[in-house]
Design a protein around this ligand. Structure first.
Ligand code: XMP
Length: 314
């Protein structure tokens, strides 16, 4: 693809809808950041980027994204809605229900802010796999992706999706072209850590998986820096609702299980599990069980490709 041509066409497409103000959900991911920069070119200050802290974001993410948006010179604001998300997901276990509730709560928070701003349009960084896997094409629904399936039918904003026809690797090419710092950042799903907590996504469990994801990320990045391995395409931790018996000191312990997931992929449509050296897996396992000693006592490594698995566990 020719990124310059793509950007020109996207800005031209967006310019058809600049009769009112627009809002965009900025998550710090490459998709929404590219959409925001293109949006800014069409709308200027009439575009407001809204970052919602859902409570299921990565460690230190709000600060990181806040700074990045400032650097990009985007008109933006940060909303902490974590309590609202935690209570909306109380008692919810079924993955599709979780996704729908998160998508809906997300859009409601947006609608409220957009209403205050007086916006008419909502720009989203939805890319092709998001809607193809959500049943937008000819296939059955695999997962209702947050950007699409979670959208309530009667949203009070008009939806614009400038990246709808392109894939992740192409978004990265565009991001590099636009000089965006997060161009090579690993993907992060719209519903966030909630879909990496199998079972109820409580605040306490969100805190556990957040710390475990942070450990997996930092240890793999360190392993790659040391030349022990290549950095995977995507890498994170999943918290299982499975407890197992272990020992802590001389005592029997009964703790939670954490999965290490790391894959190589091009566009997320298919994936192969990463062959991580045992030395690095060892460090991850020790650091997780030391840091969360009273909570996690077992770490396992996922050796499933996509298909038959998916990258995320929900
Ligand atoms: P799966 O788990 O379906 O994931 O193999 C493929 C890629 O998509 C990401 N993913 C999402 N991205 N909203 C998104 O924006 C979502 O609801 C969502 N669910 C999964 C996933 O992290 C992987 O990169």
């Amino acid at each position: 693809m020719d990124p310059e041509k793509f950007c020109d066409e996207a800005v031209e497409f967006l310019s058809q809808y600049t009769d009112g103000k627009a809002v965009i959900a900025v998550s710090g991911g490459v998709d929404s950041t590219v959409a925001a920069v293109l949006g800014q070119r069409a709308y200027g200050d009439k575009l407001i980027g809204i970052y919602v802290n859902t409570g299921y974001m990565r460690k230190d993410e709000s600060e990181y994204v806040g700074n990045m948006l400032k650097d990009l010179g985007l008109n933006s604001m940060v909303i902490d809605a974590s309590e609202r998300f935690y209570s909306a997901l109380e008692g919810v276990i079924e993955p599709e229900e979780k996704r729908k509730i998160i998508g809906e709560t997300f859009i409601r928070v947006f609608e409220e802010e957009a209403h205050k701003i007086g916006a008419e349009y909502l720009i989203q960084g939805t890319i092709a796999p998001d809607w193809i896997e959500s049943g937008g094409g000819l296939r059955d629904v695999i997962k209702s992706h947050h950007n699409v399936g979670g959208l309530p039918e009667k949203m009070g904003l008009k939806l614009i999706e400038p990246l709808r026809d392109i894939y992740k690797d192409e978004v990265r090419v565009v991001a590099e072209h636009l000089g965006i710092a997060v161009a090579q950042r690993q993907p992060f799903p719209g519903p966030g850590l909630a879909i990496r907590i199998i079972g109820e996504a409580t605040r306490e469990r969100a805190d556990i998986v957040r710390e475990c994801c942070y450990i997996v990320e930092t240890e793999l990045e360190k392993g790659a820096e040391e030349g022990l391995m290549e950095i995977p395409w995507q890498y994170f931790a999943v918290l299982l609702p499975v407890k197992s018996v272990g020992v802590q000191g001389d005592l029997r312990a009964y703790g939670t299980t954490v999965v290490v997931r790391a894959v190589q992929s091009l566009d997320g449509m298919t994936a192969a599990y990463s062959k991580i050296p045992h030395e690095v897996l060892d460090r991850i396992s020790m650091r997780i069980t030391n840091t969360l000693a009273d909570k996690v006592n077992r770490v396992v490594f996922d050796i499933t490709n996509k298909p038959p698995g998916t990258i995320e566990w929900e």
